[in-house]
Design a protein around this ligand. Structure first.
Ligand SMILES: Nc1ncnc2c1ncn2[C@@H]1O[C@H](COP(=O)(O)OP(=O)(O)OP(=O)(O)O)[C@@H](O)[C@H]1O
Ligand SMILES: [Mg+2]
Length: 369
């Protein structure tokens, strides 16, 4: 699916904007504070019904306004589809696809174009807690194989049920043997989830190493999947759960299984989370996102890449390598304070958008040669 257009109303510093995206590259320029990142966030919000910058979603509503609204048009073989999100703090979001109301946020991968985002806040993926990396890899699984999103959902349901039951047992309202069916279900979905995570990473890891070298990371970059469980089958995981049952009942929650997995991103054998410089962490995140894009291109689901200010901290050689990567597949939206930061080879067949104080110009179909 190609994203053709985004229209916003009362979103951050925009009263209204209507911006056409090019099939390959759209470059959004403007000075600090003009609204470049806001525009990129709006595209993400329109497609997913989530912010890629904040958990406090009311920040997205323009000061002094009650409601914000974003519509994104995207085209595939079946025609053009419209994704709309209306949001008023304190109320449920109004989400629709082609006019049909959707009940749940975020919008499921299977229903929309995949989107991959680089904003400074996303460095948390490397620096932050394991839960962010787990949920990232699970999103990737859903983007590559939309049907497998169900595995994570069933695991989460079984885990919640098992934890609720543990609380009942501790309160003397149920017997420990009532855990049996939930352990069965948890081990079945849990082992499937571990297999999906390993399979997704098998695809991404070699490309990650390659992209990291291209972007200029010194030394070999690697990702290691660190599952909590060593199980080689669902039966093994069931045995592990049974062995830990008394401990879980003591603690009051399930302490074992893929909800405790982590991924280690490494450079030259050392953890990027603990030892990586800011620049290395940025480069690693970019390498990861491009590796994932390549896997998704291969799967026939190329993502829209939203790349916020990725050029500014790179030298000229790395900038042109990055542009080569951007150009090598799929669709991208790139922000930069100065057009001069974007290497000349990027400039063919792009849409240029200039933003000043929440007004987007040149947006409607303007193409630079
Ligand atoms: N809810 C809001 N209502 C009105 N203005 C907002 C809102 N949220 C943010 N802004 C304004 O948006 C502007 C920042 O926009 P944005 O982050 O998109 O800038 P930018 O162009 O990416 O700048 P930089 O180059 O510094 O990253 C700020 O002036 C900020 O005050
Ligand atoms: Mg910005």
């Amino acid at each position: 699916m190609l994203v053709d257009r985004v229209a916003l109303r009362d979103f951050r510093n925009y009263e209204r904007a209507d911006v056409a995206l090019a099939p390959k590259l759209t470059i959004v320029t403007g000075s600090n504070g003009a609204g470049k990142t806001n525009l990129l966030e709006a595209v993400y919000f329109g497609l997913t019904a989530r912010s890629c910058r904040t958990r406090n979603e009311r920040e997205m509503v323009r000061h002094g306004c009650r409601v914000t609204h974003v519509a994104v048009d995207a085209t595939d073989d079946s025609g053009t589809h419209r994704f709309e999100v209306g949001f008023e703090p304190g109320e449920a979001k109004r989400i629709s696809i082609d006019g049909a109301a959707q009940t749940s946020a975020p919008i499921a991968q299977v229903q929309r174009p995949p989107v991959s985002v680089f904003v400074p806040e996303r460095l948390e993926l490397i620096k932050g807690a394991p839960a962010l990396r787990r949920s990232h890899v699970d999103q990737l699984i859903a983007a590559i194989w939309p049907a497998r999103a169900e595995t994570r959902a069933s695991y989460s349901r079984a885990l919640a049920q098992r934890n609720a039951l543990i609380a009942r047992i501790r309160a003397g309202r149920s017997s420990p043997s009532s855990l049996d069916p939930w352990d069965q279900e948890l081990s079945r979905a849990g082992f499937a989830l571990m297999e999906d995570r390993a399979a997704a990473l098998d695809e991404v890891v070699p490309l990650f190493a390659q992209r990291a070298t291209e972007i200029g990371l010194p030394g070999a970059a690697a990702i290691r999947y660190r599952p909590r469980s060593q199980a080689a089958s669902a039966g093994d995981l069931l045995t592990e759960l049974e062995q830990r049952r008394d401990g879980d009942l003591d603690r009051g929650f399930s302490g074992h299984g893929p909800h405790r997995d982590d991924l280690m991103l490494e450079l030259a054998g050392r953890s990027l989370r603990s030892y990586g410089s800011q620049g290395q962490q940025r480069a690693a995140l970019l390498a990861l996102l491009f590796a994932e894009r390549d896997v998704l291109v291969e799967a026939g689901r190329p993502p829209l890449m939203l790349l916020d200010d990725v050029m500014s901290e790179l030298d000229a050689k790395r900038r042109s390598q990055l542009v080569g990567l951007i150009r090598s597949g799929g669709q991208a939206l790139l922000t930069a304070t100065e057009f001069a930061h974007v290497p000349a080879e990027a400039a063919a067949d792009v849409a240029l958008v200039n933003v000043t104080d929440g007004v987007a110009d040149g947006a409607q179909g303007l193409r630079a040669a």
